[in-house]
Write a protein that binds this ligand. Sequence first.
Ligand SMILES: [Cu+2]
Length: 125
Amino acid sequence: MSSASCLARFFRSALLLTLAVSAAGMQLEGHAILKSSSPTSGGSVSGADVAVKLTFNVRVDAARSKLLLLMPDTSTVELPIGKWPSPDTLVSKLSGLKPGAYAIRWQVLAPDGHISRGEIPFTVR
Ligand SMILES: [Cu+2]
């Protein structure tokens, strides 16, 4: 084997190793994915006061995260984010809700610097 092709092999395996390591790192500290929520997506709750709890796969920066409530009349209300019980969880509280279709729109900042968003539609009976 010539030393040139040996060198090429070495660089190729070093590159593959680098890619594998960075892929593993991204899995450990990826952007936030919603794992569970209360209310649940598509679920219904009885009003008028509803506790909100969103749990993610990674810790989220609560100070740079946002929760909005979409009202049945399509107006939006910004929700205060309460003192969170654990770094991967955001909590808030809804009060005085009338029966109707609502949604919680969330936007969170994850440790990898990525923002992710989603919406949780729910019904108040
Ligand atoms: Cu990310």
